[in-house]
Design a protein around this ligand. Structure first.
Ligand code: SF4
Length: 184
């Protein structure tokens, strides 16, 4: 029987090719937990796209809570950090901790994340966080760099072919351009 894998999914364009790959090897469930995304309209837009991809691939999706207050608390004091600095590490850790906890409490064998597929997201920052949480919760972590082995190209093609919505900023209000923030 295939092992049960819980994939933390940040958005549809980052995860479409990963879902396609993992569903052939595992009993896959997608976990949408991204309280970092601002504003809420954007959060809903990204979630709807993940729901659409999961429905198309017939993969179950767990819709976790939009815990904005908790996210603000997790990055408190790190607001002025540059992208891929300490604020991002805290943001990854929060999202992965929720995923690992859910996986451990719901009979999954393994968890992973689509976060390493992001252009600016470093696998050597994200995967050690996953490994530490795997040890804490007594389950396995699939440490991958989803940018490797031609997956970025595959992902780009799939996003174009399926007409998947692709956002132009990472997610939190600090990653929005100053002009976009003013409009908000
Ligand atoms: S830039 Fe992206 S990874 Fe960094 S804190 Fe904001 S949403 Fe999280």
């Amino acid at each position: 029987m295939a092992k049960r894998l819980l994939l933390h999914t940040c958005c549809a364009p980052c995860s479409i090719a990963i879902i396609d790959e993992l569903k052939k090897q595992y009993d896959l469930t997608v976990f949408f937990y991204n309280p970092n995304i601002y504003p809420e309209t954007e959060y809903l837009k990204r979630k709807v796209e993940v729901v659409r991809v999961c429905a198309k691939w017939d993969v179950p999706m767990v819709d976790a809570d939009y815990e904005m207050v908790e996210w603000d608390r997790a990055v408190s004091g790190l607001e002025h950090e540059p992208e891929m600095g300490e604020r991002c590490s805290a943001c990854f850790a929060m999202r992965l901790a929720k995923t690992a906890e859910y996986a451990a409490h719901n009979g999954f064998d393994i968890f992973s994340t689509s976060l390493t597929s992001g252009r600016n997201k470093k696998a050597d920052v994200i995967n050690p966080i996953g490994e530490r949480l795997a040890e804490k919760y007594g389950i396995k972590y699939l440490a991958e760099d989803w940018k490797s082995a031609g997956r970025q190209e595959k992902s780009r093609k799939m996003v174009e072919e399926k007409g998947v919505y692709r956002q132009n900023y990472c997610g939190c209000r600090f990653s929005l351009s100053p002009s976009a923030r003013e409009v908000e």
